[in-house]
Design a protein around this ligand. Structure first.
Ligand code: PEP
Ligand code: MN
Length: 263
């Protein structure tokens, strides 16, 4: 069902009045984790000023270590909803438990399924039965074929509003957090009609190369980018080393617009 052979035309995902895919390029930005009302509002205000409509933030955080910050749960979804309504944005947030899909439908606009859950088949099935669009991230050791089969799980349950996100894969390289598989972008676009995003934050794990990586992603045909923005990354409760602050975000937006690859 996700194959271009089945559907030659690009899928356009509708999130309220926001269109994703087709001729639109979109940006999804926001903090790694929702920490407080003020933190999210500050980022939401910056997005609004830049004309960006999609706000992200993790409320349920699937952390590698059980001792790391796990997110503030439902309260985080509520904070995202309030900030989004104030600044006319749409909310995307990760859900890790099939039984929380109902909760998602009460608060948010797009369900994110993270890299660590790309093959959590019960979660994929539950998201496939939801009325919300799904943002599916590639597993860190998943092949492109496995990634597309994961998307197939969702679409085959009746939910055709699915977006794919390349977020880097595991290799022996240590100077980036993950290795961005840039060739996955044209490959996914060729094989599938679903919109394709690139996460420039988790793929690189560092701030200094995000702009050229973003340009490469758009030049390779990505429909959009995801990046993490925090008012003060140095005190962030997760991913402090890779989130950019609001001034850096504004500079990034100026430069990516100047490139002509993102309008
Ligand atoms: C995220 O986007 O919040 C995240 C945890 O990323 P990933 O699932 O790609 O590691
Ligand atoms: Mn993060």
């Amino acid at each position: 069902l996700v194959s271009r052979k089945q559907q030659p035309d690009d899928t356009v995902v509708h999130v309220g009045d926001v269109q994703i895919g087709g001729y639109e390029k979109n940006l999804i930005a926001g903090p790694c984790s929702v920490e407080s009302e003020e933190q999210v509002r500050e980022v939401a205000r910056a997005l609004k000023q830049q004309g960006i409509r999609l706000l992200r933030g993790g409320a349920f955080k699937p952390r590698t270590s059980p001792y790391d910050f796990q997110g503030i749960g439902e309260e985080g979804l509520r904070i995202l909803r309030e900030a989004a309504d104030e600044f006319d944005l749409k909310v995307i947030s990760e859900i890790v438990n099939p039984s929380d899909i109902d909760l998602a439908e009460r608060y948010i606009d797009v369900i994110q399924i993270g890299a660590r859950n790309m093959q959590n088949f019960e979660l994929l099935k539950a998201a496939g039965s939801s009325r919300l669009p799904v943002f599916l991230k590639r597993g860190m050791s998943a092949t492109v074929e496995e990634f597309l089969f994961a998307a197939e799980y969702i679409v085959s349950r009746g939910n055709s509003q699915v977006m794919l996100c390349e977020r880097g894969i595991r290799t022996y390289e240590k100077w980036t957090r993950n290795t961005l598989d840039i060739s996955a972008v044209p490959l996914l676009k060729q094989e599938s009609h679903l919109p394709v995003f690139v996460d420039i934050t988790h793929s690189t794990g560092r701030r200094d190369i995000q702009l050229p990586v973003a340009k490469a992603a758009l030049a390779a045909g990505a429909d959009g980018l995801m990046l993490e923005v925090h008012p003060d990354p140095s005190v962030a409760l997760s991913d402090a080393n890779q989130q950019i602050d609001i001034a850096q975000f504004e500079k990034f937006m100026d430069e990516i617009r100047q490139s002509g690859l993102f309008q």
